[in-house]
Write a protein that binds this ligand. Structure first.
Ligand code: NDP
Length: 322
């Protein structure tokens, strides 16, 4: 097993805007970062079409293109980008201690500092018909899978920015899109609401929830229910998209790091410090409030600076000021 062990200075988990920004800063500070991309290299932005609100792109930029640029920028300064998934961790409690992270259940990386940027994952409704039909017409990513339903009728559930953005995207490629919103208003921002309110082939149903998806092997229809009147209605659809929020990817850190009730990692004050010395968290994994590419990138920068300062302190402890 010893040949599968490796000692490094800074390990970054996750390859969204937080992870790559941390890598850019860490590499420029000579922390020799190794980044493991996780299951979805590039993170959530690879499932977005256009990013219009990242400063510096007046015309907007494709999510996947932006992630390729971020990766190149991180590599330019020497970041070692690897495909792989952290499957277990053993974080040290001691300042200057070595943290062990198992990759893909076989390789152990020993790191002096760790930056966690593992992001968040889409939630599902968790009703039996939805679970049965995952892979058979149920998707949590319109941009990834919408193409398969070109010219067909589909439905989407959710009332936030993600649902609005995906409904708008689907309306451009599908014949008809029915959007189910459980409240009598959208949670999405005003700008996003304005974008979808008058799309002719988008039918927004307020106070409406999924009763059941219809079909055995593939989605054939949807029975929806009005939660005010109890009235049910069936429509024919071939694709069903879930856009009801996300869950932080923190399963493997349970019992090691302090988290809130939902599983978001708790960081100290305005820093990215976790409860373990030398372990930092940035991006959506510790932020349920803002969750933007630019804020994720900002906290990635902070995590690299925090790691740099931490390593300098533990290497010369007599100069420690905190
Ligand atoms: P949100 O948590 O903002 O919204 C989730 C939506 O799903 C809400 O309307 C919620 O309803 C609904 N919902 C939750 N659970 C269920 C359920 N079981 N059944 C039916 N409906 C349900 O998540 P988003 O992913 O939309 O957005 C996350 C964050 O990312 C937000 O801060 C958002 O602003 C941001 N974002 C920004 C974008 C941009 O700026 N371009 C694009 C996408 C996201 P209810 O309101 O009743 O709770």
């Amino acid at each position: 097993m010893s040949e599968t062990k490796e000692r490094i200075k800074t390990l970054i988990l996750g390859s969204g805007p937080a992870g790559y920004t941390a890598a850019i800063y860490a590499a420029r500070a000579d922390l020799k970062p190794v980044i493991y991309t996780g299951m979805e290299p590039g993170g959530q932005l690879t499932t977005t079409t256009e990013v219009e609100n990242f400063p510096g792109y007046p015309e907007g930029i494709d999510g996947p293109a932006m992630m390729v640029d971020l990766q190149k920028q991180a590599e330019r300064f020497g970041t070692d980008v690897r495909i792989g998934m952290a499957t277990a961790v053993n974080f040290s409690d001691e300042p200057g201690g070595i943290h062990e992270v198992t990759i893909d259940n076989n390789k152990v990386v020993e790191a002096e500092s760790v930056i966690i940027s593992t992001g968040a994952t889409a939630k599902y409704l968790n009703i039996p018909s939805e679970q049965r039909l995952r892979g058979g017409g149920v998707s949590a990513c319109a941009v990834c899978d919408g193409f398969f339903y070109k010219g067909q009728d589909v439905a989407i559930v959710g009332g936030g920015d993600t649902a609005a953005e995906e409904a708008s995207y689907l309306s451009k490629i599908c014949n008809k899109v029915t959007m189910l919103v459980r409240k009598d208003y959208l949670r999405a921002s005003k700008a996003m609401q304005n974008r979808i309110m008058n799309i002719p082939n988008l039918d927004i149903r307020f106070n409406t929830e999924v009763d059941e998806l219809l079909g055995e092997q593939v989605v054939e229809g949807l029975r929806m229910v009005n939660n005010q009147t109890g009235e049910k209605e069936e429509i024919e659809i071939t694709g069903f998209f879930v856009a009801i929020g996300h869950k932080p990817n923190t399963e493997i850190f349970k019992g090691q790091l302090e988290m809130d009730q939902t599983g978001y990692i708790i960081t100290r004050g305005k820093s990215t410090k976790t409860n373990k010395p030398g372990v930092f968290a940035s991006g959506d994994v510790q932020d349920k409030e803002y969750r933007q590419a630019v804020t994720a990138a900002g906290t990635g920068c902070m995590a690299a600076l925090d790691a740099e300062r931490y390593l300098a302190e533990v290497e010369t402890p007599e100069e420690t000021t905190t």
